[in-house]
Design a protein around this ligand. Structure first.
Ligand code: SAH
Length: 452
C-alpha cells in the first residue's frame, strides 16, 4: 500500500537513533489533563484530549507512565511508530531537518506544518485476527518482518471508534463461534478487519476479510454489530482465499448499506470504497491540498492534469477554478470512485482515465495535447523519467508535485530541472505524526524558453 502503511520497514532515515529521548514526554501541549492511576504496581496514564466530539473520551491504560514520559505500551513490539519516545516538537524538527537536507539546494524549505492534536488521526484502521495460547481471539498487527500477530487493543494514532468496533467484532466472533483463519494450516474463516471513517460525515465502513465466501449467520452478525455501533453505515465482506500477505482479495459482497462511505474535503464530497486510496489524515490533507491549490494559482481558464489522482480529490477540488481537468489513475476502483465523485459534486469539467500515468502522459504528448498545470501525487517510489519527459513536451507552465517521500521527490526534481523546470519553495506537512513519514508539496515553473 502507499503512503499510509505505518508498518512499513523503517528506512535509514527513520532509525531510532535517539534512544535517550525515548522516555521524554509525549506532547504535553495538547493534553488537557493527565491523571495518574495505579494498577497493581503499574502506573497508567489516563488522559483527556481536546478535539472532535467523538474523541473526547478518557483513555485508559493507554500509555505506561515512566518518569515524565508517556509511551505507547505496544511501541516496541508493534514497530509502527518509529518516533515513539520523542516529543511532537522533536518529531517535527527531525522531519524538517530531513526535508531541508535534501531540498534546500533546490530553494527555500518552509517550516513544516504540524498538527495541534497529533493523536487518533488515522481514519483508516486495519487489524489482523489470530488466537492466543488460551485460544482467545486477538487482533493486531504483524510483528515487523514476520507473520506473528502482536495483539493491540488501542492505538494512539488510530481513530478510537474504529478500535472500539474491532473489539466488538472480536466479542461477536466469540459469541458466533467464528473460526479465526490460520495462515499455516489455511483453515478457518475470519482473517482481517479494515475500518474506514469519514471524519466529516461520520460514516463508517467495516470490511470483514474472510477466507471463504460462505458467511454463516451474516445477517445476524451485522445486526449484532450495528446494535452496538449504530455509527456503522456499511459492512462489506471481502473474500481473500490467497496465501499472500495482501489484505484484500478481489471479490466483495455488500452485507449492509451502500458499499462505500463519503467524506468531505476542501468543500467537495468524496466517495471512498474499500480498495481505493484516500489520505488517512483528513485534517492535514485539507491543509496540504489548500497549499497545492494556492501554488497552482488557478484562474478558471486552465487545462489541468491530475496525475496519480486516486478518487479524484485534487482534480475535483481544482476543477472549480479551472476550465478542464483530466485525471489519470491505475486503480480501477479508484477511477470508478473519481467518476462518481465528479457526478456527486455536479462537476462537469473533469474526466478520469484508468491507465498507467506515464503511458497516459506519453500518449497525450504524442497527440500534441498540452496542459497549463500538472498536479502529480505519485506513490512512494515517485514518478518516472518517461512521465517527466512527456510533461516537458507538453510544457505546462506549472507543475505542483505532492510527494510522500522526499528522496524520490528530490530525484524527480533533479530530472525536472534538466527539462527546464525550476522549483520554487518546498512546503513540508506532517500527515503521519509518530511515524517517520512526511508529505511535501512543491511548485515548479517552466523556464525552458526553447519549448514555449
Ligand atoms: N492524489 C490522490 C492519490 C494519491 S496516492 C489523493 O490525494 O488521494 C497515489 C495514487 O497513485 C494511488 O491512488 C495509486 O493507485 C496510484 N498509482 C500508483 N501507481 C500508478 C501509476 N503507475 N499510474 C497511475 N496511478 C498510479
Amino acid at each position: 500500500m502507499k503512503k499510509e502503511n505505518i508498518n512499513q520497514k523503517s528506512e535509514k532515515h527513520y532509525k531510532k537513533d535517539d534512544k535517550k529521548n525515548k522516555k521524554k514526554e509525549w506532547t504535553s501541549k495538547i493534553v488537557e489533563k493527565t491523571v495518574e492511576q495505579s494498577d497493581k504496581g503499574k502506573t497508567y496514564g489516563k488522559k483527556e484530549v481536546k478535539g472532535r466530539e467523538t474523541q473526547k473520551k478518557e483513555i485508559k491504560k493507554q500509555g505506561k507512565k515512566s518518569g515524565n514520559a508517556l509511551v505507547c505500551p505496544y511501541a516496541k513490539k508493534c514497530g509502527g511508530c518509529e518516533y515513539q519516545g520523542l516529543s511532537y516538537e522533536e518529531q517535527l524538527a527531525k522531519k524538517q531537518k530531513w526535508v531541508s537536507s535534501l531540498m534546500k539546494k533546490h530553494g527555500t524549505v518552509y517550516p513544516i506544518v504540524g498538527m495541534e492534536q497529533p493523536y487518533y488521526y488515522r481514519n483508516k484502521v486495519h487489524a489482523v485476527f489470530d488466537r492466543d495460547r488460551k485460544n482467545n481471539v486477538i487482533s493486531g498487527v504483524y510483528k515487523e518482518g514476520t507473520h506473528i500477530v502482536v495483539p493491540i487493543d488501542r492505538c494512539l494514532i488510530e481513530d478510537q471508534l474504529a478500535d472500539d468496533i474491532i473489539r466488538t467484532v472480536k466479542e461477536l466472533m466469540k459469541s458466533f463461534k467464528m473460526k479465526v483463519y490460520d495462515e499455516d494450516t489455511q483453515y478457518g474463516f475470519m482473517r482481517h478487519i479494515l475500518i474506514k471513517r469519514g471524519f466529516a460525515t461520520g460514516e463508517v465502513m467495516v470490511v470483514l476479510v474472510t477466507a471463504s465466501p460462505v458467511f454463516p449467520s451474516k445477517n445476524n452478525f451485522v445486526k449484532a454489530l450495528r446494535a452496538k455501533h449504530s455509527e456503522v453505515t456499511t459492512v462489506i465482506q471481502n473474500i481473500n482465499g490467497r496465501g499472500t500477505s495482501m489484505v484484500l482479495g478481489e471479490k466483495e459482497h455488500i452485507l449492509y448499506g451502500k458499499g462505500y462511505i463519503e467524506d468531505v474535503l476542501c468543500g467537495c464530497t468524496f466517495r471512498i470504497s474499500s480498495k481505493s486510496f484516500y489520505q488517512i489524515n483528513p485534517i492535514q490533507t485539507e491543509r496540504l491540498y489548500g497549499k497545492a491549490m494556492e501554488l497552482a494559482g488557478l484562474t478558471g481558464k486552465e487545462k489541468v492534469i491530475d496525475a496519480y489522482c486516486g478518487i479524484g480529490t485534487i482534480g475535483l477540488i481544482a476543477s472549480k477554478q479551472a476550465a478542464e481537468v483530466i485525471g489519470v489513475e491505475l486503480n480501477k476502483d479508484a477511477v470508478k470512485d473519481a467518476i462518481a465523485n465528479a457526478k456527486r459534486n455536479e462537476i462537469k469539467n473533469a474526466r478520469f482515465y484508468c491507465e498507467d500515468a506515464s503511458k497516459f502522459m506519453v500518449k497525450m504528448a504524442e497527440n500534441g495535447q498540452n496542459a497549463d498545470v500538472v498536479f502529480m501525487d505519485p506513490p512512494r517510489n515517485g514518478s518516472t523519467e518517461v512521465f517527466i519527459d512527456s510533461v516537458a513536451l507538453m510544457a505546462p507552465k506549472k507543475v505542483v508535485y505532492i510527494s510522500c517521500h522526499p528522496e524520490t521527490l528530490e530525484r524527480d526534481i533533479r530530472y525536472f530541472k534538466k527539462k527546464g523546470y525550476q522549483p520554487e519553495g518546498c512546503y513540508p506537512f506532517d500527515l503521519f505524526p509518530w511515524t517517520g513519514h512526511v508529505e511535501t508539496v512543491i511548485l515548479m515553473t517552466y523556464c525552458g524558453s526553447d519549448k514555449k
